[in-house]
Design a protein around this ligand. Structure first.
Ligand SMILES: [Zn+2]
Length: 71
């Protein structure tokens, strides 16, 4: 069985310029790890190390949710 698909899960990414938050789906960031900040309009690159940790967390949450549904 394949792992859980979290591609459509939205994560929040902090803008390094203004501290605002840009939201994007995991799948979109995997394809293009660059976001436009909705607050200040600055374009910034996603911190891939932090992103990887966020994806791992989303996967763990999805797995836990799946387990709860089965039980
Ligand atoms: Zn910003």
């Amino acid at each position: 069985m394949a792992g859980v698909d979290v591609g459509d899960v939205e994560l929040e990414f902090p803008c390094p310029t203004c501290g605002g938050t840009a939201k994007a789906a995991i799948e979109a960031v995997r394809m293009l790890p660059v976001l436009d900040c909705p607050a200040c309009g600055q374009r910034f690159g996603v911190d891939l190390e932090a992103f990887s940790a966020q994806v791992t967390q989303a996967e763990a949450a999805a797995k836990a949710a799946r387990k709860r549904r089965k039980a």
